[in-house]
Design a protein around this ligand. Structure first.
Ligand code: NDP
Length: 400
C-alpha cells in the first residue's frame, strides 16, 4: 500500500467555509478544442466547494483510505524542520500545487527514496527539479488545461485593471475620496492598443480570443506557429523574435512555462526593447522575470504597470519588492485556483491517481516526465533541467 503526501495551502483565516456564495458551477464537460475534462471513475467532493486548502484535501481521503493507502496532508512545506521534509522520506506519491509549491529539489528527491509519482494538482511543474526526476525515473504529471481558461480570464482582468487604473481608483473610494483627476491621470482605453503574448498555448491563445472583441491588435511569439486559419480568424501578427514583438506592443503578457530556456527572459536588457510606458502582465511564473529589473522598470517609467499573481519563491518573502513597488496590480497566486478550477484539478488528480494505482496509462497530455525523459506535454512545452534554484528562500515568509 502506498503513502501519499499532499501539500496544500492553508485554510481561510476565518475557518473552513460552511456555505458558499453560489450553489452550482456551469456544467462544462470539455475544453476549447475538444479535450475532455478529467474523467475519474468517481469523485467524493462537491464541485464548487473549497478543495485546494488543507481541509479540502482535494477530496481524496475517502478514495485513498478505502483502497488502504495512507494520506498525509500538510501546508508545512519549507525548511529542514517542515512536515514535508519529514514525510517525504517514505512517500510513494507527492501531490503539490503551483500556488503553494512544495519545491521538490534534487536534494529532496534524493531523500525521497520511494518516490514514483510527483503529481501537480494544477499546471506548471517547474517547482519539481525535472532533471532529477528524469535521472531517478520518477513520473511527473499535471492536470493539463484544468485552469488555463481561469488564468486567461485573470489576464484579461489584469490588463484592463492596469490600463484603466482600476485598483488605485478603487482605493480612493475606500479612503473616502472622490478624487477623479487622481484616478484618471493614468487611465487609458485598451481599444486600438497592441497586445502581444509570449506563447500562444492554451492560455495565450485563450487570452487573444478574449481580447479580440476589445478591438485590440493581437500579436504573439511562440516556437511553433498557430494554424494559418487561426491567425487569419483573429488577425494575429506572429513574431519569430520576442524582442521584436515587445517593441510593437503596448501590453505584453507572458504565458509560457518556466524552464531553463525561459528563466529571466525579462531582464534589464530585454526591457529596453519595450515601448516606454508598456504594461506587463505575468501570470505564468515569477522567475520568467528578473525581480529587480521589474522594479527598476516601473520606477523609471519604462513600464507603466506590472501585474500578475506569480512570484519567486512562493510564498513571496514579506519584503519582496513587488509587494510595494509603484503601479503594481499583484495578487497572491490565485488565478488558477478559483473554485471552478479546483473542481477540475481535484478530479484530474483523482484520475491520475486511479491510473497510477491501477497500472493504466496516464493521459499523454498530463505527462511532463516519464520513463527517464520528457514526455507528453512536457516534451512539447518544456526543456530538461532545473528551475528550482533559490526556492529555499520561501522559508523566509512569515504569515501576515
Ligand atoms: P501550454 O502547454 O498549452 O502552453 C505553453 C506554450 O508555451 C506552448 O505553446 C509552448 O510553445 C510555449 N513555449 C514554451 N517555451 C517557449 C519559449 N521559449 N518561447 C515562446 N513560447 C514558448 O500551457 P498553458 O497555456 O496551459 O500554461 C502555460 C503556463 O502558464 C504554465 O506552464 C504555467 O507556468 C502557467 N500557469 C499559471 C497558472 C496560474 O495559476 N497562474 C495556472 C496554469 C498555468 P510550443 O508550442 O512552441 O512548445
Amino acid at each position: 500500500m502506498a503513502k501519499v503526501v499532499c501539500v496544500l495551502y492553508d485554510d481561510p483565516i476565518t475557518g473552513f467555509p460552511t456555505s458558499y456564495a453560489r450553489d452550482d458551477l456551469p456544467g462544462l464537460t470539455e475544453y476549447p478544442g475538444g479535450q475532455t475534462h478529467p474523467t475519474p471513475k468517481a469523485i467524493d467532493f462537491t464541485p464548487g466547494h473549497l478543495l485546494g486548502s488543507v481541509s479540502g484535501e482535494l477530496g481524496l481521503r475517502k478514495y485513498l483510505e478505502d483502497a488502504g493507502h495512507t494520506l498525509v496532508v500538510t501546508s508545512d512545506k519549507d525548511g529542514p524542520d517542515s512536515v514535508l521534509e519529514r514525510e517525504l522520506v517514505d512517500a510513494d506519491v507527492i501531490i503539490s500545487q503551483p500556488f503553494w509549491p512544495a519545491y521538490l529539489t534534487a536534494e529532496r528527491i534524493a531523500k525521497a527514496k520511494n518516490l514514483k509519482l510527483a503529481l501537480t494538482a494544477g499546471i506548471g511543474s517547474d517547482h519539481v527539479d525535472l532533471q532529477a526526476a528524469i535521472d531517478r525515473n520518477i513520473t511527473v504529471a499535471e492536470v493539463t488545461y484544468c485552469n488555463s481558461i481561469s488564468v486567461a480570464e485573470h489576464v484579461v482582468m489584469m490588463i484592463l485593471g492596469l490600463v484603466r487604473n482600476y485598483i488605485p481608483s478603487h482605493d480612493w473610494v475606500t479612503k473616502g475620496g472622490w478624487n477623479i483627476a487622481d484616478c484618471v491621470a493614468r487611465s487609458y482605453d485598451v481599444e486600438g492598443m497592441h497586445v502581444g503574448t509570449v506563447a500562444a498555448g492554451r492560455i495565450g491563445l485563450a487570452v487573444l480570443r478574449r481580447l479580440k472583441p476589445f478591438d485590440m491588435h493581437l500579436h504573439y511569439n511562440d516556437r511553433h506557429r498557430l494554424p494559418a486559419e487561426v491567425e487569419q480568424e483573429l488577425g494575429l501578427t506572429w513574431h519569430a523574435n520576442r524582442e521584436e514583438m515587445y517593441a510593437a506592443c503596448d501590453v505584453v503578457t507572458l504565458n509560457c512555462p518556466l524552464h531553463p530556456e525561459t528563466e529571466h527572459m525579462i531582464n534589464d536588457d530585454t526591457l529596453k526593447s519595450f515601448k516606454r510606458g508598456a504594461y506587463l502582465v505575468n501570470t505564468a511564473r515569477g522567475k520568467l522575470c528578473d525581480r529587480d529589473a521589474i522594479v527598476r522598470a516601473v520606477e523609471s517609467g519604462q513600464l507603466a504597470g506590472y501585474a500578475g499573481d506569480v512570484w519567486f519563491p512562493q510564498p513571496a518573502p514579506n519584503d519582496h519588492p513587488w509587494r510595494t513597488m509603484p503601479y503594481e496590480g499583484m495578487t497572491p497566486h490565485i488565478s488558477g485556483t478559483s473554485l471552478s478550477a479546483q473542481a477540475r484539478y481535484a478530479a484530474g488528480t483523482r484520475e491520475i491517481l486511479e491510473c497510477f494505482f491501477e497500472g493504466r496509462p496516464i493521459r499523454d497530455e498530463y505527462l511532463i516526465v516519464q520513463g527517464g525523459g520528457l514526455a507528453g506535454t512536457g516534451a512539447h512545452s518544456y526543456s530538461a533541467g532545473d528551475s528550482t534554484g533559490g526556492s529555499e528562500e520561501a522559508a523566509n515568509y512569515h504569515k501576515a
